[in-house]
Design a protein around this ligand. Structure first.
Ligand SMILES: CC(C)[C@@](O)(CC(=O)O)C(=O)O
Ligand code: SF4
Length: 466
């Protein structure tokens, strides 16, 4: 029987196989940010160990960084402490760090491909669950905890129990105006937040092949919201064309031989997946979340569901609680929900294509009176590119607040950018649990195009409504 892309990548990295236990995997790249790492460095130091491969380790500052100005200090004491520790730890162990204000700085999952650090077939880990984003390149990329970070720092290997595989087959292609964000929300609404648990998802089929690399990153980013450990897309011509533009790629004959290897990174025709789901992309429309997890999402054309319509007692209880927290009445048309804030950003949707999608909607239009639309670029490079393309002017003319500093910002509200209790936002991020964007905040997860259209009308809307 054939093997899957995930198995091939896994097998190519096994240093020591333990039947029934953990395999020891070689790690090609470890990424770090300031939040979950101080502990790992403390323990490394206490054990008298060094970093085995600082050259395969890269850090950035993203979660706590301000967005209003590049010379602004981090106000929050804990955030500032984390950033200071990140700088001293990286300096002590010789790890390259993209500091706030540097041209390569940004959200860890956004900068890694930009800097040419990601290639098909790699194993990539980071102290952050949305590392799944990088699976878009056909890499096996996943989040790890602090003790695992320490293990990888010390040894460049990681003990891991083999995972199951799951195929998500996307038939047909997305209609105009429907994005990868809508696709992944539809998937999670269908399989649930635990639908991929214990699995590595491989996204396959015509609908995935037709997606750009940035859209594939959006898709893989939210794999973790379906409970899966990683999400992957087999590399193809789209991948190679994107990589050819990235810095530091091999040239000439070496490039050709790399591409030849990357082409072998596909699941065999007779490969067995432990689980399979099939979705028809051609019938999808924009999706929005109404509740407090991404599975609580419906098409924008729908209404807020009633709790008693759910199949299980647990789902009914979760819906009841979500409706109360979100202050929504069952039967309300999604399009009748008004928001006071729109956030375009996060590792799900803060890349240049996301900003372009929003600018296309905002061009010649105005943000609704009294509504705050905040746009935070995923990286310093994304911001630069947006300015080069004149998107900053489009945003300014529309009355949107395009921030200078790149980072996670209001996605997790670990910097100064947060919603006030009771505020309601349409956000392009990936998580909408209680208090995610600030204590008492209410989040509707949307695509960039829906975010921009919502900013114009003040109600959940798609560009087709304008
Ligand atoms: C650190 C935190 C805010 C995090 O980035 C962590 C994570 O995804 O692992 C998140 O998005 O929840
Ligand atoms: S942008 Fe949001 S989801 Fe992504 S790493 Fe930052 S806090 Fe986590």
């Amino acid at each position: 029987m054939g093997t899957t892309l995930a198995q091939k990548t896994w097998d190519a990295h096994v240093v020591r196989r333990a039947s029934g236990g953990d395999d020891l995997l070689y790690v090609d790249l470890q990424l770090l940010h300031e939040v979950n790492t101080p502990q790992a460095f403390d323990r490394l130091r206490a054990a008298g160990r060094g970093v085995r491969r600082p050259d395969l380790t890269v850090g950035t500052e993203d979660h706590n960084t301000p967005t209003l100005a590049l010379d602004r200090v981090i106000k929050d004491r804990e955030g500032r402490r984390q950033a200071e520790l990140m700088r001293s730890n990286c300096a002590e162990f010789g790890i390259p760090l993209h500091r706030f204000g540097d041209p390569g700085q940004g959200i860890v999952h956004v900068i890694a491909p930009e800097l040419g650090l990601v290639r098909p077939g790699m194993t990539i880990v980071c102290c952050d669950s949305h590392t799944t984003t990088l699976g878009a390149f056909g890499a096996l990329a996943f989040g790890i905890g602090a003790s695992q970070v320490e293990h990888v720092l010390a040894t460049q290997t990681l003990p891991m129990r083999p995972l199951k595989t799951m195929a998500v087959n996307v038939e047909g292609t997305l209609p105009e105006g429907v994005s990868a964000k809508d696709l992944v929300l539809a998937l999670i609404a269908r399989i649930g937040t635990a639908g991929g648990q214990g699995h590595i998802i491989e996204y396959r089929g015509e609908g995935v092949r037709a997606l750009s690399m940035e859209a594939r990153m959006t898709l893989c980013n939210m794999s973790v919201e379906a409970g899966s450990r990683a999400g992957m897309v087999a590399p193809d011509e789209t991948t190679f064309a994107y990589l050819a533009q990235c810095p530091g790629m091999p040239q000439g004959a070496q490039w050709d031989s790399e591409v030849a290897y990357w082409r072998s990174l596909v699941s065999d025709a007779d490969a067995h997946f432990d689980k399979e789901v099939t979705l028809d992309a051609s019938v999808l429309s924009p999706y929005v979340s109404w509740g407090t997890n991404p599975a609580q999402s419906v098409p924008l054309d729908d209404r807020v569901p009633a709790a008693d319509g759910f199949a299980t007692a647990a789902e009914r209880a979760a819906a009841e609680r979500a409706l109360a927290y979100m202050d929504l009445k069952p039967g309300t048309a999604l399009r009748d929900i008004t928001v006071d804030t729109v956030f375009l950003g996060s590792c799900t949707n803060s890349r240049i294509e996301d900003l372009r999608a929003a600018a296309d909607v905002l061009r010649g239009r105005k943000v609704a009176d009294g509504l705050h639309m905040m746009i935070v670029p995923g990286s310093a490079r994304v911001r630069l590119q947006a300015v080069e393309e004149g998107l900053d002017r489009v945003f300014a003319e529309a009355g949107a607040d395009f921030r200078v500093g790149a980072g996670c910002s209001m996605c997790a509200a670990l910097n100064e950018d947060r919603l006030l209790p009771g505020q309601r936002a349409a956000s392009t991020n990936n998580r909408n649990f209680e208090g995610r964007q600030g204590r008492g905040s209410r989040t509707h997860i949307v695509s960039p195009a829906v975010a921009a259209a919502t900013a114009v009308t003040g109600r959940l809307s798609s560009p087709a409504d304008l």
